[in-house]
Every structure is written in C-alpha cells, then in structure tokens.
Design a protein around this ligand. Structure first.
Ligand SMILES: Nc1ncnc2c1ncn2[C@@H]1O[C@H](COP(=O)(O)OP(=O)(O)OP(=O)(O)O)[C@@H](O)[C@H]1O
Ligand SMILES: [Mg+2]
Length: 282
C-alpha cells in the first residue's frame, strides 16, 4: 500500500504549505458507537493545491463522506493535521468554523440538507443574505436558472424530485463562488443529460477567474465520467487512501508525475476540456 501512496512522516513540516489549499496528514477519525468503536479514517495524507479538481472514489462505507465532513469542519478529527485555506480546523471553535464555512466552503451534501420550510429560491438566497450580499435573491435566481430550475423557484423541497433537490443544493453551494467546493455525489440523482449539464457548471465555476485564485473542487463520486474529468483521482478503501494519481505530498512534482502516480482503476483515464460557464456570477 505504501508503495503506491507514499507517506510523509508526521514530524516533517507540511509540504507545499504556501500553495496547498488542503493539507491533511495522519488524519484519523474514530467514533464510539453502541455496537463498539469504529475506526472510520485510519491515517490519511492528502495535499490539494489551490485550483485543483480532485475526484474521490471508493466503495460504500470506505469513509468518503466522513472525509468531506472533516474538511468542512462539521466533524472533529480524532488525530492528525487538518488545514484548509490556512486554517487549522482542529483548533477552531464552533463559531470560527461556522465563519470559515460561510466564507470559504460550498458544500453539496449526499442527502442535500435543504431547509424544508423554505422555497428553492430561499434555500439558495438566505445563506447569501446572512453573508451580507445585498443582491442575494437576484444571484440565487441566476444560480437556479443555471441548473435548469428557473421554473421551480417558488417550490418547496418536498415538491421537488430528488434530482431537482440535488440541483438546488448545488446552486446553494456554488452561488457564492467559494474557494473550496466539496460535493458528495453531485450527479448521483441526475439523468445523463442533466448530470452532464451539472458537470459543465461545476468545472465552469472552477474555470472562472476569482479573486484569490480558482475554485478548488473535491468531488466524491461513483460517476466515472465525473471522476475522469478531474485533474486527479484519489481512491479510499476502508478508511485509507489506497491510490492517488496526483503528486505525493512530499515530492512537490507536477500532478501525475512519474513515480508519484498510482492508477485508480475505476476512475477513468482522460481529462476533459475545461468548460467555462459564467452563469453562476450574480
Ligand atoms: N456516527 C457514526 N458512528 C459509527 N459509525 C459511523 C458513523 N458515521 C459513519 N460511520 C461508519 O463509517 C464508515 C464510513 O462512512 P462514510 O459515510 O464516510 O462512507 P462513504 O464512503 O461515504 O460511503 P457511501 O459511498 O455509501 O456514501 C461506514 O462504515 C459507516 O457505517
Ligand atoms: Mg457517503
């Protein structure tokens, strides 16, 4: 396993500290459950450069969503280094983590987590309003139109199909054009055509110039086309990274450099063209 996923010893300085958006080292997550202790993540090392698109693949129950929850500051690590956009998430209190999420992170949850008593438009606009955007509702409407939901603005989540709810969640995550977008199966409930449209929007968002750099994408997916479209694919099995087509944290070379790469069997091979969609801008 170590042969394909080189490890950095825990006492080394964090490599690439200046340009890494995500710095994870020796990350573990252990929870106590009624049925006994569960070691969900067992020592992850992952460095992600600003602007990179990373596809996270792996079997059900391997720990993908748990990693996303840690990166979003919604779950506390048991041990290890967890730095995102220069913030040491393990050392921050709940208020600081909430501000971090508001200003830095867009999240598309596997189960959407829309507010059932708010319309689609309100679900997207209200977080923007909290962040102080005077044009929150206009920007939210644009984002919903961009995911093909211009005709469902006044609908409540309970009146929307699964795929439509997923697109509302996506619009909500992307509308503020966050430096980091974390998405858990963002095309999981979509038909092929809509999935392709959402994929264009995701990568279009990434392609847009943004103050402070390009949006970094971390996409958990079983969708091979989506994983293949990413710059890099990381495979998690049983709480460990077992393959990473990108650079190892310590080699500093370009993504996919010979010697640092390991094939990710079900993630596809090629990289797609970088779509450019300006539709998110409010
Ligand atoms: N609060 C918890 N208590 C106990 N076990 C948990 C808890 N949360 C997650 N787990 C376990 O941790 C493992 C990883 O869960 P996780 O949701 O991260 O998997 P996943 O890779 O996202 O799977 P899927 O592809 O099915 O979404 C699973 O075995 C799950 O049962
Ligand atoms: Mg999951």
């Amino acid at each position: 396993m170590d042969a394909i996923t080189p490890r950095t010893p825990p006492d080394d300085p964090v490599p690439g500290a200046t340009d890494s958006l995500i710095q994870v080292r020796g990350l573990t997550l252990r929870v106590g459950a009624a049925a006994g202790e569960v070691n969900i993540l067992r020592g992850l090392d992952l460095g992600v450069a600003a602007g990179e698109a990373v596809g996270i693949v792996g079997p059900s129950g391997s720990g993908k969503t748990s990693l996303l929850m840690l990166l979003a500051g919604l779950e506390r690590p048991t041990s290890g280094v967890l730095r995102v956009a220069g913030h040491d998430l393990a050392a921050m209190d709940e208020d600081a983590l909430a501000r971090f999420r508001r200003d830095r992170v867009g999240i598309v949850f596997q189960a959407f987590h829309l507010v059932p008593t708010m319309t689609a438009l309100e679900n997207v606009a209200v977080p923007l309003e909290f962040a102080g955007r005077p044009d929150a509702f206009a920007a939210a409407e644009l984002a919903l139109r961009a995911v093909g939901l211009g005709h469902r603005l006044a609908h409540y989540p309970g009146q929307l199909s699964g795929g439509e709810q997923q697109r509302v969640a996506l619009a909500r995550a992307c509308v503020a054009r966050p430096p980091l977008l974390l998405a858990d199966e963002p095309t999981g409930n979509l038909d092929r055509a809509t999935g392709a449209q959402v994929m264009e929007l995701l990568f279009g968002l990434r392609g847009e110039a943004r103050e402070g750099g390009r949006t970094t994408l971390l996409l958990i997916t079983h969708d091979e086309a989506l994983a293949a479209r990413c710059d890099r694919q990381v495979r998690i099995e049983d709480g460990r990274i077992v393959a990473d087509t990108g650079r190892a944290p310590r080699d500093g070379g370009p993504a996919g450099a010979p010697g640092a790469a390991a094939a990710v069997p079900d993630a596809g091979a090629g990289k797609g063209s970088r779509g450019r969609g300006g539709a998110w801008r409010g």
